[in-house]
Design a protein around this ligand. Structure first.
Ligand code: ADP
Ligand code: ZN
Length: 617
């Protein structure tokens, strides 16, 4: 077999061409260079180290070690490589002692091309001994560090065990390294470089745009009901992920969805590990499951046909939001990133930072990151321009986000903001303590509540000054004020108080432009044509006979996947099955060159696929 990258791409993976910067990365790494790869989810990072691993082994360099934090997914990753005829294995805590021993033997004999291992495994004395041995024999080819943002506390998924990976460049300085991540802002990137001494590595930074994902952020009213409507109208029968902040909420939302006939499963760190794995497996293996989860779920999930990612609570920062929404639409077909967000999200996130035991410097960075996310949520202009801008990438209005599709009407909230601020000020003066958002709004709107009476707040000069504003409008103004730091949230009762930044707003120096209606397009849109929305464009392009073949191929694929204990897309993607169905193949020759069919898969499945197509006729 040829060790040329292009030949490997064709023969092993069955793909016609490299995508984007893949070729440059592969060539650089095959030649022994270090690389730091930043590429969005679905961009095709895996091939960037898998092809060099194969090529370098054919050239006599030995084994590639892949460091991945995703123990629960290693089985499927390795399974996918086996399907393509690549010798791969994993070492992690799910293996029995005997199984681990077997992997170690194969490793020593050079019978493995890629070995996946968790970071905590890499740094054990036993494993280091083995690496030393491979190195001494010139058989340690390459280190691939996946999800490398885990090394940085500025990233959104810090894992302390990643810090120990400094051993790689210290102990094996002659072995090339490729580090990969789907997300890293400038600060995180610099931290990665410093921590892992990747100064000499060439940086490959792809465009972070995911044009097939539509971004929508709507105001939170009754989050679960809004979600239900969104799914029923736009994503009936689709696979999706719903992110919530707390375990309890995950349980509640999953239950509500199930009561409404949606195939939903909960996932959070409080569930028994076995059950969690079962739910993850079902999500990957079955069609149309909605996973309701905390952020404990999702890293490394490479299911290509996730049609939507919904956030019922606001993430901590844009990196987290981008990483999570990036799990939608890896197959390049249309997908939705949909979030509801409200005043409480802002208050809670602020408070969590303020009350965390972290140092002041750390808190300052976290506040800055939260502000950027609030800015995105409050934006009245293109969401994508803001998102990409955050990652340092200039762009033009996209035409595929809520604000582009339906520019929101704007109103000037400056006057309302001044009234809110003076209310906060006067209460503080009069009562000597702060109050929460509800009470402040009640005073401004002239409501004689029990609390108002109790504290005599009806006598304040701002009492009833804001009767023209709806509660929703005032909430919007408060969100903005908190977002720009003109109001601070403090203490156990989330009381509001003025800040350094308040004065400029009070003086009218900071104009506040707000969305007049926060009803997003998702709520107004009529129900999409069911078939067109749920069934991807792939299937829609097939004629009747081809549709029949496509359906038969999917049934066949499900059987094979079950037999191999792997997700269906690891056997063949939908796009590959659709291409086969359209071809109506009669011979193995017909199947050659179909994207996604490499030499091994042709050999293993070619005859069966022909038979399925003929029987379907
Ligand atoms: P990432 O890890 O960057 O999120 P993956 O490596 O999982 O992305 O790749 C995303 C999908 O794109 C996979 O299904 C993969 O098989 C496919 N893919 C990657 N490179 C190519 C290519 N050159 N041609 C066709 N498909 C590709
Ligand atoms: Zn846009």
């Amino acid at each position: 077999m040829s060790s040329s990258p292009l030949a490997i791409l064709h023969e092993t993976f069955g793909y016609e061409q490299f995508r984007g910067p893949q070729q440059a990365i592969v060539e650089h790494v095959v030649a022994g260079g270090d690389a730091l790869v930043l590429m969005p989810t679905g961009g095709g990072k895996s091939l960037c180290y898998q092809i060099p691993a194969i090529a370098r082994q054919l050239d006599g360099h030995g084994i590639t070690i892949v460091i991945s934090p995703l123990i629960a997914l290693m089985h499927d990753q390795v399974g996918a490589l086996h399907e393509a005829g690549v010798k791969a294995a994993f070492l992690n805590s799910t293996l029995s002692f005997a199984e681990a021993l077997d992997v170690e033997r194969r490793l020593a004999r050079g019978e493995i091309t890629l070995l996946y291992a968790a970071p905590e495994r890499i740094t054990t004395p036993r494993f280091l001994d083995q690496l030393d041995d491979l190195l001494a024999r010139g058989q340690l080819s390459l280190f691939a560090i996946d999800e490398v943002h885990c090394v940085s506390q500025w990233g959104h998924d810090f894992r302390p065990e990643y810090r120990a990976l400094t051993v790689l460049h210290q102990r094996y300085s002659a072995v090339p390294r490729i580090a990969l991540t789907a997300t890293a802002d400038a600060l995180t990137r610099a931290d990665i470089v410093e921590r892992l001494q990747l100064e000499e590595a060439r940086h490959f930074v792809s465009s972070f745009d995911r044009p097939n994902i539509r971004y929508t952020i709507v105001e939170k009213k009754e989050a679960t009901q809004q979600l239900l409507r969104f799914i029923e109208r736009e994503h009936e029968g689709d696979a999706g992920v719903v992110y919530c902040q707390s375990r309890k909420r995950v349980e509640d939302v999953a239950q509500t969805l199930c009561e409404h006939g949606i195939n939903a499963l909960p996932y959070h760190a409080g569930l028994d590990a076995k059950l969690r794995q079962t739910h993850q497996d079902r999500f990957l293996r079955e069609e149309g499951i909605v996973m309701v989860a905390t952020i404990a779920f999702g890293m490394g999930i490479d299911k290509p046909d996730v049609r939507f990612v919904a956030h019922l609570d606001m993430p901590k920062n844009i990196e987290g939001y981008y990483q999570e929404t990036g799990r939608a639409g890896r197959d390049g077909q249309a997908a939705d990133a949909w979030m509801v967000y409200g005043l409480n999200d802002v208050v809670n996130q602020r408070r969590m930072i303020d009350e965390s035991p972290a140092g002041e410097e750390f808190k300052q960075v976290m506040r800055g990151k939260l502000d950027a996310l609030l800015g995105l949520a409050e934006a009245t202009d293109c969401r994508r321009v803001r998102l990409l801008g955050y990652f340092g990438e200039p762009s033009k209005p996209c035409g595929n986000c809520d604000n582009c599709l339906q520019p929101p009407p704007i109103w000037d909230g400056t006057e309302a903001a001044r009234k809110l601020l003076s209310t906060i000020y006067r209460i503080q003066q009069m009562s000597g303590i702060g109050f929460g958002t509800g009470h402040i709004m009640d005073i401004l709107r002239g409501k004689t509540t029990e609390k108002v009476t109790q504290f005599g707040h009806a006598t304040l000069s701002t009492f009833g000054l804001g009767t023209d504003y709806s509660e929703q409008q005032l909430r919007g103004v408060l969100r903005q004020l908190i977002a720009i730091g003109a109001v601070a949230v403090q203490g156990e009762y989330s009381t509001l108080c003025l800040t350094e930044g308040s004065r400029a707003v009070l003086k009218g120096e900071v104009p506040l432009r707000l969305r007049a209606s926060a009803t997003g397009p998702a709520e107004r849109k009529p129900k999409r044509e069911k078939a067109a929305a749920a069934k991807s464009a792939i299937a829609a392009s097939l004629d009747d006979a081809a549709q029949t073949r496509f359906a038969a191929l999917k049934t066949w694929r499900a059987d094979v996947a079950r037999e191999h204990n792997l997700p269906a897309y690891v056997i063949f993607h939908d796009a590959t099955l659709a291409a086969i169905a359209a071809l109506a193949p009669h011979s193995l020759g017909d199947l050659e060159g179909v994207s996604g069919i490499g030499v091994k898969k042709l050999e293993a499945y070619g005859e069966q696929v022909l038979r399925v197509c003929q029987d379907a006729a």
